[in-house]
Design a protein around this ligand. Structure first.
Ligand code: SAJ
Length: 415
């Protein structure tokens, strides 16, 4: 088939390459000329394990090329950002304009698939009326539906193939055709359903994780007050065969889990009570950590803090929506000077690549992200450059004995 993938980001690009590798003739479309030009040279401008080699191979074979605008195809896959506005509403402008760009090209027998994570009703209330401006009727003349991705950054190529997938159509025929198309590379199970269920599935999966993490964060606060170690508590609770409490931390980041629950709240503000409260609980964590830092630093003149880690999760370079950025703001608002060290994000402004430079003169070191590199820190060297030996671990990740052996006072979030 001729497949047109609109939006060549972290999801659209590998998805386009998967279809190309499966033998389809694929056109990738993006508004950014640098992405289009790079792809046509067989290159990419994002970081993802194995993606550069994979893209080069399919482009060299001539199965994948890129353009600024869509061209006549048999299937259109929309994989554009659905960001959130300041007042926590989904910004659907990119989905809308991508849908509009398909209208003049649409012909009988085509298939249009939304991949972007979107509020319930996007397919039937936003996309369908736009596409029918072509004079064609959805369902009768063309297929339409939603098939959200479920991949985790860092393992995208593996998970695109092996994860199970949802194919939600505006009718049974659309769902079935979507499933058949994705079967060209997906080895996991593909579940056929309606478009609204598919939209809600994706939102519910990420909301499940957000609510569970919020529960862990609330437990952390309760345990601190009750003289209990939350990490030990969770470990023991999770020995129960039907309990799986997630991990507390300095907050929830990324462009998915910290965003998607708001798409449910936006539609159902009266009903989505636990969901909203969970978002608020997770968003309260940077402030909570900052308050603990302030307590540890009480009485210190001109206090300085060094934070280890800036990214939204371990072992990636992605700083989008990172709770650490909020922690930095919270600390600075309290008049505390902050330096941030991150080996993965060393090239970003404000991030120090050299650990000892960042820690020089610090009165408190906060471990914010559980990067592999932070498992074997040289605490002796760290002790040599700081002003006061205080260490706050927000991830229960540092080697407490080694931290204390170097003379630091060890503090743990949730204890
Ligand atoms: N976090 C905790 N405690 C935990 C687990 C995570 O505080 O127990 C924090 C992390 O530190 C991080 C944030 O949550 O800041 C989110 O990280 P993540 O690794 O859980 O998730 P993402 O955002 O990288 O990817 C998620 C995945 N969804 C689920 O696991 C349900 C992925 O499968 C989705 O494809 C992706 O969102 C998406 O695109 O929606």
């Amino acid at each position: 088939m001729k497949v047109c993938v609109i939006g060549l980001g972290y999801i659209g690009l590998p998805t386009a390459a998967m279809f190309a590798n499966a033998g389809h003739e694929v056109l990738g479309v993006d508004k950014k000329p640098q992405i289009v030009e790079a792809l046509n040279r067989g290159e990419i401008i994002i970081e993802e394990n194995g993606l550069a080699e994979f893209i080069k191979a399919v482009v060299d074979k001539g199965h994948l090329r890129a353009a600024l605008d869509p061209e006549t195809s048999d299937a259109y896959i929309i994989s554009v950002p659905t960001p959130i506005t300041e007042d926590k509403k989904a910004d659907m402008r990119f989905v809308e304009s991508a849908t509009r760009s398909v209208v003049p090209l649409l012909k009988k027998g085509d298939l249009v698939i939304l991949e972007s994570t979107s509020p319930v009703g996007t397919v039937d209330s936003l996309m369908l009326p736009i596409l029918e401006e072509s004079g064609l009727k959805a369902g009768r003349d063309f297929g339409l539906g939603h098939s959200p991705e479920r991949v985790i950054p860092g393992k995208i190529l593996y998970e695109l193939v092996h994860n199970s997938r949802i194919a939600g159509g505006i009718d049974k025929e659309s769902a079935h055709r979507i499933a058949e198309l994705y079967k060209s590379f997906v080895e996991g199970e593909i579940y056929e359903t309606d478009a609204r269920t598919a939209e809600m599935c994706k939102l519910s999966e990420n909301t499940f994780r957000d609510v569970n993490i919020a529960f862990a964060n609330e437990l952390a606060k309760i345990c601190e007050d009750q003289g209990i170690n939350v990490w030990e508590l969770i470990e023991i609770c999770n020995k129960h065969p039907r309990v799986n409490i997630h991990q507390p931390g300095p907050g929830v980041g990324g462009h998915c889990i910290a965003v998607d629950p708001w798409f449910i709240v936006e539609k159902e503000p009266g009903l989505a009570q636990i969901i909203r409260k969970s978002r608020e609980t997770n968003d309260s964590m940077p402030g909570y950590v900052a308050k603990r830092a302030e307590e540890i630093l009480a009485g210190t003149a001109d206090p300085e803090v060094c934070i280890l880690g800036a990214t939204y999760k371990p072992d990636v370079d992605d700083m989008r929506e990172s709770p650490i950025l909020h922690l930095v703001d919270e600390l600075r608002a309290k008049g505390i000077e902050v330096a941030v060290h991150d080996p993965h994000a060393a090239k970003r402004p404000g991030i120090e690549g050299d650990l000892l430079k960042a820690a020089e003169g610090a009165d408190l070191v906060i471990l914010g992200v559980n990067h592999k590199q932070f498992k074997e820190l040289d605490y002796g060297a760290l002790a040599g450059v700081v002003r006061r030996k205080n260490f706050l671990d927000t991830r229960n990740f540092a080697d407490k004995a080694a931290v204390e052996a170097a003379g630091f006072a060890y503090y743990l979030l949730g204890k």
